[in-house]
Write a protein that binds this ligand. Sequence first.
Ligand SMILES: NC(=O)c1ccc[n+]([C@@H]2O[C@H](COP(=O)([O-])OP(=O)(O)OC[C@H]3O[C@@H](n4cnc5c(N)ncnc54)[C@H](O)[C@@H]3O)[C@@H](O)[C@H]2O)c1
Length: 282
Amino acid sequence: MEIRGKKALVTGAASGIGRATALAMAERGARLFITDINEPGLAHTRSTIEERGGEVCLARALDITDYAAVRRLAEEIHSRFGSLDILANVAGVALFSQVEDMTHEQWERVVNVNLWGPYHTIECFVPEMVRAGKGGHIVNVSSAAGIIGLPWHLVYAGTKHALVGTSEVLRYDLRKHAIGVSVILPGAVNTGIIDTVEINADLEACSKGRELFRRHADPPEKVAELIVKAVERNRFMVITAADVKLLYFFKRMFPPVYDIVMRLMTRSLDGFLTRKSVCTRV
Ligand SMILES: NC(=O)c1ccc[n+]([C@@H]2O[C@H](COP(=O)([O-])OP(=O)(O)OC[C@H]3O[C@@H](n4cnc5c(N)ncnc54)[C@H](O)[C@@H]3O)[C@@H](O)[C@H]2O)c1
């Protein structure tokens, strides 16, 4: 799908992959609608787009877990601008933990942001896209943890696997309306999430872990380019990192090899994150 002139809503646009995606779409000539819970970050994205000559039709700070707020945003966009052409669900939060260390609030927060967030926007925006009959595209940013049972990712992996399932159903259900669907499965990406991820583990191990993760992470601009290409070429599943592609290949083609790798990975992460005390968000 040609992006120029299209109306695109990007969630999580204040930081990381969402910000880079909004910038990349604006550069391709999309008319942007951006949202995030982080108001100053969102304003920064807006001013960057406008300084570069892009168009931001609307920037609205809201909590994506708040259904009424998302519904109000959809009503405003539909009445002032009509239906969207592109919906990109990027906002998300992460949590690394062993099951016995998780609080109920942690379970809820990850499910609410990572799953209810995209469900709110899909519910509020996609029926109008269908009714408009102009086609379009939906992007759901899942994760490597959406196809691989990464250790310590318990609830995060649950939400990201669910997003893959929902994307696959939407892909076939919306085909008759010429609405394409892409599910993006990034590996490690150098974004704000490295600092905000909650890790229920030893404090010192947490900061070492963040540094290690950062060192082998891709820049968010690389993922944003792959997202834009996925929209342009109607690609369904986009795995952004070579190591994740390899692991997913083993999972499908050589399950015993996958099993050995996952056991080793789990043992090494267990050893690394020693779980002496709880390290909260910074
Ligand atoms: N960075 C990685 O290594 C990585 C890997 C795989 C998948 N992802 C996924 O990519 C997506 C983007 O994350 P990122 O890495 O750019 O992180 P990020 O922290 O830089 O960006 C996430 C954005 O989501 C926003 N957000 C969080 N809670 C929200 C809420 N309740 N309402 C509205 N906005 C909210 C944050 O304010 C932030 O701007 C997430 O869905 C994440 O799970 C990231």
